[in-house]
Design a protein around this ligand. Structure first.
Ligand code: ARE
Ligand code: CA
Length: 488
């Protein structure tokens, strides 16, 4: 469903922006239709109470369509963030909040127009060799979870010394041995499937719109399909299947089940940011090794890759904005923006109180990018003016075709035909680049400096469009974008 620029203010914003920005306003466009939002945001290790507030104060107003939470089920008791990925039971009780808080969050997000996608850890249980008690008090052993699973419900692959995955080139190891010692569920078993399904049904009853399927690669696609197969129509399934060179288990196998995180996208996005060579066909429409656009969830980084392979993260400030610009202006896949916390220790959990519960945090007043994050301070990427401006640009770009990229020195840019144009400069010197465009001639406000409308003035530079060309003058290491509704 198309909607007018900015939900509530309807036709007014462009007019307002004109009045505030330049005297030389007047003339069309009086109103610009926007596509319904599609962009998600991963709020890593943020408590449910905080996500509820973010939905109301930052995510809804910015035009995010959905939020990906960290895993909500009971987990082992440890300080590291990854405790969340070792389920002890399917009680919705974790250091991120209670079942009631989870339900309240989903309701608050719904009111703000933001759907909730829960991270479902269903391939395995804990990786603890010693018995223990989970966050909600449930007793467990490595292969025994009273009332839920017993030893017969787990794979003991017998293919490697410790039953751990050693060779990702072996499908059988990947899907029936243990991922880093995590007790691997026999997801071919009907009762195991039913137990997992009961958990997913429970989360759906609390109002979630769908699931990230953690470690989907480690379950046969047929197993995942059997578990989620007859969920209510429209339930979103986002499978985490990391594409690996020479690996037999591929993201393509999971497309029949739903959407798939396309790791290749981030890998292809990064190199031009340092080498200035944007000739890579991946940025120009012909995308080898990518699942079809309608199935792809794309990202610049996530909680694993910011601790691993990602070449650009919150630490890279302007380069991170450039990468997000290229992704959000692109026409491939459904983007998910990432927002976590600053860290120096890869394992360090989010800031917590003395009981271990993660502390609330708000991004309502935040801005960025910044270079001075304290350890474990939230990066609040959802509040960065650039991200909010780019969400507006993406909504205006809607389904307009992505025109061929223009590569000029260290600058690069492209048009979404007749709707929007972006340009980036990855070099150390200022640079001017001209992008052919069918946007009407005029002066446009750069929305990478922040969205226009609803009382916002043009915070950034203006870009001139004339004779079918948009002329961007870009400082070193910056991005800019204009759209039909940012004409001043
Ligand atoms: C922790 C400790 C381990 C310990 C284990 C059990 O770090 O030393 O043995 O606990 O006690 C997260 C953390 C892990 C953590 C785990 C459980 O990252 O460090 O282990 O939680 O607490 C593969 C999978 C992919 C997976 C990545 C991490 O294919 O699915 O590994 N990603 C998801 C989540 C993670 C999470 C898990 C799965 C487990 O996003 O956050 O782990 O639930 C190539 C391959 C990839 C492979 C990658 C890394 O690229 O192609 O498939 O990813 O190497 O091995
Ligand atoms: Ca498995």
């Amino acid at each position: 469903m198309p909607r007018r620029l900015r939900h509530a203010a309807s036709v007014l914003p462009v007019t307002i922006a004109c009045a505030l920005v330049l005297a030389a306003c007047g003339g069309p466009p009086a109103e610009v239709e926007e596509a319904a939002p599609d962009v998600g945001i991963q709020l890593f290790q943020l408590p449910w109470t905080s996500i509820a507030d973010e939905c109301e104060h930052t995510l809804g107003p910015a035009g995010f369509a959905w939020v990906l939470t960290s895993p909500p089920q009971e987990h082992i008791v440890r300080d590291e963030w990854w405790a969340a990925y070792q389920p002890v039971s399917y009680l919705v009780e974790s250091r991120l909040g209670t079942r009631e808080e989870f339900a309240d969050m989903v309701a608050a997000c719904d009111r703000a127009g933001v759907a909730v996608i829960a991270d479902a850890v269903i391939n395995h249980m804990t990786g603890q060799d010693e018995p223990g008690q989970g966050w909600a008090g449930s007793a467990y052993e490595h292969y025994a979870y009273p009332g839920i699973y017993d030893d017969a419900d787990f794979h003991h692959c017998g293919l490697t010394g410790a039953d751990d995955i050693e060779d990702y080139r072996s499908r059988e190891q990947v899907q029936t041995c243990e991922l880093v010692n995590l007790a691997d569920l026999d997801t071919a078993d009907a009762e195991v499937r039913a137990t997992i399904r009961t958990y997913l049904d429970d989360l759906l009853s609390l109002g979630v719109a769908g699931f990230r399927i953690d470690a989907a690669k480690h379950m046969a696609a047929a197993d995942v399909a059997a578990i989620v197969g007859d969920l209510p129509a429209g339930t979103r399934i986002l499978s985490e299947v990391i594409r690996g060179a020479g690996e037999p288990v591929t993201p393509e196998e999971y497309v029949e089940v739903g959407e798939v995180f396309e790791f290749t996208y981030a890998r292809d996005l990064a190199p031009p940011l340092s080498n200035g060579v944007f000739s890579d066909p991946v940025l120009d429409g012909d995308r080898p090794l990518h699942v079809p656009a309608a199935s792809a969830v794309v990202f610049v980084d996530n909680h694993d890759t910011e601790r691993g392979e990602a070449k650009v993260t919150y630490r890279d400030g302007d380069a991170y904005v450039i990468a997000n610009t290229l992704m959000l202006a692109d026409d491939y896949g459904t983007p998910v923006v990432y927002s976590g916390y600053a860290f120096t220790d890869r394992d360090a959990g989010a800031a917590a109180d003395e009981t271990g519960r993660v502390r609330d945090a708000s991004c309502a007043e935040a801005t960025g990018p910044r270079e001075d994050y304290a350890d474990r301070e939230r990066t609040c990427v959802q509040s960065w003016p650039a991200i909010r401006g780019l969400l507006q640009l993406r909504a205006v770009a809607a389904d307009a075709p992505r025109m061929p990229g223009i590569d000029d020195g260290d600058a690069y840019g492209f048009e979404r035909e007749g709707r929007a144009v972006v340009a980036v400069n990855v070099g150390a010197q200022p640079q001017t680049i001209e992008i052919p465009t069918t946007l009407p001639s005029g002066e446009y406000c750069d929305v990478v400096a922040g969205p226009v409308g609803e009382g916002s003035t043009c915070e950034g530079a203006t870009v001139t469009v004339s004779d079918g060309r948009a002329v961007f003058t870009l400082a070193a290491g910056t991005a800019a974008g204009i759209h039909l509704g940012s004409r001043s």
